[in-house]
Design a binder for this molecule. Structure first.
Ligand code: NAI
Length: 363
């Protein structure tokens, strides 16, 4: 496959599911796999949020993998979590390889409390499983009038700039800030041109990908999601530098495996992943008047909306706006979910042989 236009596409059948139903279906499946109710509930909340934002790469599509990982012991079902306060504004949340979305959220709550008390919090979540879409965490901080920054490690699947071998993960980073009127501004991205989940999504829909996302085993750009050998960093050496810094801050800083030593999502599905995530939360009140701060972000948003659109664009969106618009629409009208995922969620099935032992680029 060479050009996106020339590929015959088999569009996936989509069903619309109301958030409460999707929440219940995901929670039930994760509980069926062995997760305790409170943890399954939090993970389901997170996944429904991601799908509601249109981040389908990190929504219900992941449940099949999580269920297999949980059922095979890759997630600690009764994690002995512990918050170690290491200074007035610093701490480590030891997550004992508990369910990523659950333990990452517990760590976030510690960070929020600390930032409110001391003006800033730098909190690492140490030894967690996959934590999903980072928007979920930073948006919560911004809803409490904090500026939120989050970053985490991810399985190695990216070539460093100028290299042909894989070294880093898709190492995402997200930011959020509170606004006076609207929902917080949330910017959240993988440091690769696309997250691996987007390729997974394209694979499941049998859709071609742009030739700027990934390379095949010979290091050549590819449009076939089934041929992907490694992903490309955003903006060449700049994205490559950013993914290194994310790895330093969320991995090396917390004493965790780093770079190519970070665990693979599928390879050892029966073992804890030992991933790291870092939060930096800032209380704007310690720097400026909070109302003025929020007012000025509102002004920025309004001014961005007034920018004349370039040829081919209808309007300028503020960063993250498209996700927020999706959120409002899907929460009200139902979330688009692939029919095969919906059927899986409605079934009793827990797979034991879909993911385990496969390479980073398994479906
Ligand atoms: P993306 O490329 O879809 O979007 C990146 C950002 O750009 C978003 O904030 C989006 O709202 C904004 N944006 C997109 N189009 C825009 C436009 N026209 N105007 C203004 N802003 C626009 O996101 P990406 O990089 O594919 O990441 C998806 C998710 O994957 C994120 O939630 C990320 O946290 C998650 N992820 C999680 C990983 C993990 O291991 N936990 C690993 C990698 C990614």
């Amino acid at each position: 496959m060479k050009e996106a236009e020339t590929i015959s596409v088999m569009p996936a059948e989509i069903v619309k599911v109301m958030p409460a139903e999707l929440q219940q279906l995901i929670q039930t499946k994760l509980e069926h796999a062995g997760l305790h109710t409170e943890q399954a509930n939090e993970a389901a909340k997170h996944l429904v949020f991601a799908d509601s934002c249109g981040i389908h790469s990190h929504g219900a599509v992941r449940v099949d993998y999580y269920a297999e990982q949980i059922a095979k012991g890759g997630v600690t079902l009764d994690p002995e979590v512990r918050f170690e306060k290491t200074g007035a504004s610093t701490g480590i949340f030891h997550a004992d390889n508990g369910m990523g979305q659950y333990v990452a959220n517990l760590g976030l709550q510690e960070a929020i409390q600390m930032a409110k008390e001391s003006g800033i919090a730098v909190v690492g979540v140490s030894q967690m499983s996959h934590s999903g879409a980072l928007s979920y965490y930073v948006k919560q901080a911004a809803e409490q009038d904090l500026i939120g920054i989050a970053m985490c490690q991810s399985d190695p699947m990216v070539v460093p700039f100028g290299g042909a071998d894989i070294y880093y993960g898709t190492n995402p980073i997200a930011f959020a800030a509170p606004r006076k009127e609207g929902a917080p501004v949330v910017f959240d991205m993988a440091t690769t041109v696309q997250a691996w989940g987007k390729i997974l999504d394209a694979r499941s829909k049998n859709q071609a990908i742009p030739n700027t996302w990934a390379v095949d085993e010979n290091g050549n750009a590819t449009t076939d999601p089934h041929d992907v050998h490694a992903l490309l960093p955003i903006a060449g050496p700049k994205g490559y530098g950013l993914m290194m810094m994310v790895d330093i801050l969320s991995g090396i800083l917390l004493g965790l495996p780093f770079g190519k030593h970070v665990s693979s999502m599928y390879d050892k599905i029966t073992e804890g992943r030992n991933l790291g995530q870092l939060y930096i939360l800032i209380d704007p009140k310690r720097f400026t008047d909070l109302d003025l701060f929020k007012e000025r972000i509102e002004t920025t948003v309004a001014e961005l909306h007034q920018v004349k659109p370039a040829n081919g664009f209808k309007q300028v969106f503020y960063p993250g706006e498209i996700n927020q618009l999706n959120y409002e629409k899907y929460q009200a009208e139902g979330i688009p979910v692939e029919k095969n995922i919906y059927e899986y969620l409605n079934s009793e099935t827990i797979h034991f042989d879909q993911y385990g032992g496969k390479g980073a680029f398994a479906e």
